[in-house]
Ligand binder design. Structure first.
Ligand code: ARG
Length: 470
């Protein structure tokens, strides 16, 4: 039998309708419209929301207790089927909400059709997505805490390990490795604070806002909210179905934490280079070269450094999606999930990799100490001594120290190797007591004011941090 003229015309109307779109516009629409390919991740949250909704509808006498029980039992079966990988995902059925409801209907029949009373997919998806983000946020907070734990134990081991501190990546003043690692502990502490703030704002329940205007059914939104451990229901139905700033805030917290990860990753890359030689990379987190047998490449650190681009990309993508959208729901908002899913996945991976790298950190204390003594890193200590012991003004002491550094440069020696007589040519009141501040160990040990790098401070900071992590 030959094809009807109608079919041929449809096929020829647009050369796009070949290959996977051979069925014509319907196939294109299905492909662009369906979210099941990614929103199936939220099946547990969707089922949780439906259970809470059914229980509330029955408590408010909107559905019968019998229907509620059938729905809740049926949802249990749907969940188990999805867990076992038995659900057939069909793009024709668009999204996770439709799939679960349709399967529920096959299992329990008529009762399932009453579940969608006083709700819409708009408040449903907003609820599911908040639940998903909240769950991941809690998990990520736990992973950040583990990373902090790894930093603390290395900081404790290296409270007295001296290394150069840099500004402009030029040797500036000696610091302790423990102090340097604790700097990252502080950053991740604030990152966790940002997540906690985000969680507090996120934790309101949109369910029952229905399509946009709320519902005429006498529902109890407080009941559904507390069933899902939300602090309260959202206060405005239009806002509830339109808002995605919880996801934007989550992505921005991840982006900022990602920037912190990228900085420590970069330092691992730098410190592991041959000229630096501060670290030996662990085999677990580096690779060899296919051509250069001596190479050990810091791939994991480099990839952590790179991933932040994706976090910020995800944030930008969702910011642009939301920009200028009129209230209330628009299908644009279906594009909210993929950037968040991807960023969360990558961020989890980065945290695991970074924790592993910190756990395995093998610092070369000798190389660090030798480098710490270079670049006249104790010049500030000399200037401070001139102020403290000779009563000079800091600006004058700075000038005198500059002259002394010049002398050392000319002689090709470190400050502590200069002869006292040479220093006295520049400032006659200098005594040999000055040598007590010129070593890197003396330098770090002297920085005892709160927040400074002295080993005792590092030990105290570690103790406080340990307590915070309890
Ligand atoms: N899959 C949709 C989403 O993720 C669910 C909401 C659909 N609502 C609608 N009115 N088309 O946003």
């Amino acid at each position: 039998m030959s094809e009807s003229k109608d079919t041929i015309d449809k096929k020829n109307a647009n050369s796009m309708w070949g290959g996977r779109f051979s069925e014509g516009p319907g196939a294109v629409m299905q492909e662009i419209n369906a979210s099941i390919g990614f929103d199936q991740k939220m099946f547990r949250e969707d089922i949780w929301g439906s259970r809470a909704h059914a229980a509330m509808l029955a408590a408010c006498d909107i559905i019968s207790a019998g229907d509620r029980d059938a729905i809740i039992e049926g949802l249990g079966q749907v969940e188990a089927e999805i867990e076992r990988g038995e659900m057939t995902w069909d793009p024709a059925m668009e999204d996770i909400h439709m799939h679960i409801e349709a399967r529920l209907r096959e299992i329990v029949g008529g009762a399932a059709a009453r579940l969608h009373t006083a709700r819409s997919r708009n408040d449903q998806v907003a609820t599911d997505f908040r639940l998903w983000c909240r769950g991941k946020l809690d998990a990520l907070d736990g992973s950040l805490k583990i990373l902090q734990g790894a930093l603390i134990s290395q900081a404790e081991k290296h409270a007295v390990t001296v290394m150069p501190g840099f500004t402009h990546l030029q040797t500036a003043q000696p610091v302790t490795l423990g102090h340097h690692l604790m700097a990252y502990y502080e950053m991740f502490h604030r990152d966790r604070g940002r997540l906690a703030d985000c969680r507090a704002r996120m934790n309101e329940c949109p369910l029952g806002s229905a399509a946009l205007a709320g519902t005429s059914f006498p529902i109890d939104r407080h009941m559904t909210a507390s069933a899902m451990f939300f602090d309260r229901p959202t206060a405005n139905s239009l806002d509830a179905v339109s808002d995605r700033d919880f996801a934007l805030e989550f992505l921005s917290a991840i982006s900022i934490a990602g920037i912190h990860l990228s900085r420590i990753a970069d330092e691992i890359v730098l410190w592991a280079t041959t000229p630096f030689g501060f670290l030996t990379l662990s085999d677990k987190f580096s690779t060899g070269s296919s051509i250069m047998p001596q190479k050990r490449n810091p791939d994991a650190a480099e990839l952590v450094r790179a991933k932040v681009g994706r976090f910020v990309g995800a944030l930008n993508s969702l910011l642009m999606t939301m920009k200028g959208l009129p209230l209330a729901y628009s299908k644009d908002m279906q594009e909210d999930k993929e950037p968040v899913f991807a960023a969360v996945h990558d961020f989890e991976l980065c945290l695991a990799a970074m924790t592993g790298m910190i756990d395995d950190l093998k610092p070369n204390a000798e190389a660090m100490k030798a480098a710490a003594g270079g670049g006249y890193s104790t010049a500030t200590d000399l200037a401070d001594w001139l102020v403290r012991v000779l009563g000079m003004a800091f600006r004058d002491a700075h000038h005198v120290t500059g002259e002394i550094v010049k002398l050392a440069e000319e002689g090709g020696v470190q400050l502590q190797d200069l002869a006292l007589a040479d220093m006295q040519k520049i400032e006659p009141r200098i005594t040999d007591l000055v040598f007590s501040v010129l070593s890197v160990d003396a330098s770090v040990a002297s920085r005892t004011a709160f927040g400074g790098t002295a080993p005792d401070n590092v030990k105290a900071a570690v103790a406080v941090a340990k307590e915070n992590l309890q």
